[in-house]
Design a protein around this ligand. Sequence first.
Ligand SMILES: N[C@@H](CCC(=O)N[C@@H](CS)C(=O)NCC(=O)O)C(=O)O
Length: 214
Amino acid sequence: MTTYRLHYFPESGNSYKLALMLTLCGQSFEPVWTDFGGGVTRTAEWRASVNPMGEIPVLEEHGVRLTQTAPILLRLAKRYGQFGAANEQEQFEVLRWLFWDNQKLSGFMATYRYRRAFTPSADAKVQDFLRKRVDDFLGILAGEVAQRPFIIGDRPTVADLSLCGYLSFPVEESGYDLAARFPDVHAWLQRIVALPGRKPPYELLPGARLKRYV
Ligand SMILES: N[C@@H](CCC(=O)N[C@@H](CS)C(=O)NCC(=O)O)C(=O)O
């Protein structure tokens, strides 16, 4: 049995992707709270000893440190035979959406939400730019999940677990009322919420929280 340690901070949607996947696969992990707000991931010591990429999350498997949620999710899907692709075409689709999520939806939503909720005076022009990008991406996602229950078909895959990472936090933080503005995205999220064993982010990622400004 693999023992896991997850280096995270509670507000991290990327950490939630891994915590959720492990939980849905019936696995437990030791949570390793990290002082992201205090800047620890920017220190040379942390980068040398935990992650040279300077990013959270980091998943330790028997002490081996893994980073980047997409390949980690794929590895866990293979290991537990859950939330993976059933054939080559599905694998292509899963990868397509994992890449899109990392670069577009999660990438921009994470930045928009962090600045909006967890910094004291985010530049309005930058926020406006980021919000327009997120609006576009949510519209794209809505168009897809309106056509089928999950992003690549009838079953949830790690692509869904990645895409939902930042959309699973409270509306107060993101400022996005998905039920009102993107009902198809909201309905798809509810299908993820209904998965057996699913828990919300702050239940899986405990500990001291960042100061919230909104
Ligand atoms: N593509 C990475 C993204 C990780 C990431 O951006 N994590 C954020 C926190 S949730 C971070 O550490 N950001 C630090 C930075 O951008 O300098 C993944 O999937 O693991």
